[in-house]
Ligand binder design. Structure first.
Ligand SMILES: Cc1cc2nc3c(=O)[nH]c(=O)nc-3n(C[C@H](O)[C@H](O)[C@H](O)COP(=O)(O)O)c2cc1C
Length: 220
């Protein structure tokens, strides 16, 4: 087995020099600032700019993380869709606090967003469910996310079963274990890579939902 040596890994190093972030140019509304950086990630050709890492924790504080696709954001918060019975779903039911992390390497930027998460309404989840391609809707029935499988063949059999089951249905119903979540932001950190590891980090914090944002700079 050819594993990378510690030295190979230690020598991986990238200097960040393409942009800067200052208290003077950042927008006072972090949602507007996020929109601006998201647009720049889209225009900059970042692959899957809406991919982010969602970190959750159980009641004992044991963390877990996974990649998800952001499916929308507005003044209420940031939304994504998943299986409510998955590990993340179970952890969010115990402990609603979570963190989303976007890493846009091409722009040398990272954004973290923290806050409580709640389920989107049934109507909003159904509306999005039916916008997904038909195969993805069937996929939601096939995948009981996080249930242990004895083999891949079981998944393939389930796919055949549900494809036939819904063959004559023009509208596929949404499984009751599937739907959306909304993260209501209470803290944002905008991180811009700078040379010599002297990165810019600007934080927005809100003491309670709906209160004013305080802005501060953190040492890198
Ligand atoms: C690029 C990418 C996008 C993904 N998007 C989603 C998503 O939007 N919803 C989802 O449930 N899982 C998505 N997944 C799969 C999750 O990372 C994860 O495997 C799954 O949700 C189970 O997570 P859990 O066991 O921690 O709950 C995505 C994975 C990748 C790599």
């Amino acid at each position: 087995m050819n594993l990378s040596t510690k030295k190979d890994i230690q020598h991986l190093r990238q200097e960040y020099r393409s942009a800067s972030l200052s208290e003077n140019d950042i927008h006072v509304n972090p949602m507007v600032q996020f929109q601006q950086w998201f647009d720049e990630a889209l225009q900059g050709g970042v692959k899957e700019p809406n991919a982010m890492t969602l970190a959750t924790a159980d009641l004992k504080g044991k963390p877990s993380a996974r990649t998800l696709l952001l499916k929308g954001f507005d003044e209420r918060g940031f939304s994504f869709f998943t299986n409510y019975e998955s590990r993340k779903g179970r952890e969010l039911a115990e402990n609603s606090f979570a963190t989303m992390l976007f890493f846009w390497l091409d722009l040398e930027r990272q954004v973290t967003i923290e806050g409580p998460i709640e389920r989107l309404s049934y109507e909003e989840s159904v509306a999005y469910f039916h916008e997904r391609p038909r195969e993805s809707q069937i996929g939601a029935w096939v995948s009981r996310q996080d249930v242990r499988l004895d083999s891949r063949a079981i998944l393939e059999q389930q796919l055949v079963y549900f494809t036939q089951k819904f063959d004559n249905e023009s509208i596929i119903p949404m499984p009751d274990y599937w739907g959306g979540y909304l993260l209501k932001p209470q803290r944002f950190e905008f991180w811009q890579g700078r040379p010599a590891r002297l990165h810019d980090r600007i934080v927005f914090e809100q003491m309670a939902l709906g209160k004013d944002w305080t802005i501060s700079r953190l040492s890198p």
